[in-house]
Write a protein that binds this ligand. Structure first.
Ligand SMILES: [Fe+2]
Length: 254
């Protein structure tokens, strides 16, 4: 499996705090069969002139020396589209995923539809492919809107663990899978236990091993190789009524 989205570049954002913490997570991932991880620290588009700040280069060098064998590390970023990217940032591809045409992007949770449409279409016009991180987090997220983004040239990354959550966000994630609108699943690990391993097994157990293979192996590999993505077979994940009610109660209690 290949994980395109994690916050394991130590000490640079709200993810892992230290090299040791990142190494522990990477060891667990390697044992579970994750072969490649793209390090995607948060970066605001308004703060990128050409590439990531020097602190990220230093953190990457430190982690590369300590990382366990068996898992390859790649550079990337999760870019908050609060402004358009500079032409230099587009040209150098230093904030894209493994220097490919794919750039992991996000919005604030309450983003309005026109703003999201405009920002995504601008990235497409610049010749990059926006890989939109966790659209299920946004209240505007509907299968129809996500379908329109994909028609525009946007790729869609759903958070793997959210797919099994008995919550509104989980339901939005499952609706995207059910309509074949998700291109990639990623863990969005922040130095914690989130991994692709359990969702991969869980999808397989539900009869979705082909979809899992596209979402967690083939399409992430295509991103690393800067190749086009393949269509993912639609797959319906059912969550029981009991789990959903428990999820609503948990959400209200938060
Ligand atoms: Fe993230």
């Amino acid at each position: 499996m290949i994980d395109l989205h994690c916050h394991l570049l130590p000490g640079v954002d709200d993810g892992s705090r230290s090299v040791e913490q990142s190494v522990r997570v990477l060891q667990t991932m390697a044992v579970a069969g994750i072969t490649d991880v793209v390090l995607t620290p948060h970066l605001d588009a308004s703060r990128i002139s050409e590439g990531p700040p020097p602190a990220h280069d230093e953190a990457f060098a430190q982690l590369s020396m300590a990382a366990p064998p068996g898992v390859r590390l790649h550079r990337g970023a999760e870019v908050m589209l609060d402004r358009s990217l500079t032409p230099r940032a587009v040209a150098t591809r230093r904030v894209t995923l493994a220097h490919s045409r794919y750039i992991l992007v996000e919005f604030t949770r309450l983003v309005a539809e026109p703003m999201a449409n405009q920002a995504l279409s601008q990235v497409v016009r610049e010749g990059l492919v926006p890989l939109l991180a966790h659209p299920e987090r946004y209240s505007i997220c509907s299968p129809a809107l996500v379908a329109s983004w994909r028609a525009m040239g946007v790729a869609i990354q759903v958070d793997a663990n959210t797919v099994f959550m008995p919550t509104g966000r989980g339901a939005r994630a499952r609706a995207l899978l059910a309509e074949g609108l998700a291109d990639v699943l990623a863990a969005d690990n922040h130095g914690d236990r989130r991994s692709l391993a359990e969702p991969f097994k869980a999808l397989g157990a539900l009869g979705g091993s082909t979809a899992a293979e596209f979402l967690m192996v083939r399409n992430p590999a295509a991103v690393l190789a800067d190749q086009p993505l393949e269509p993912v077979p639609s797959f319906e994940v059912k969550v029981s009524l009991y789990q959903r009610i428990k999820g609503w109660v948990d959400e209200m209690g938060q």
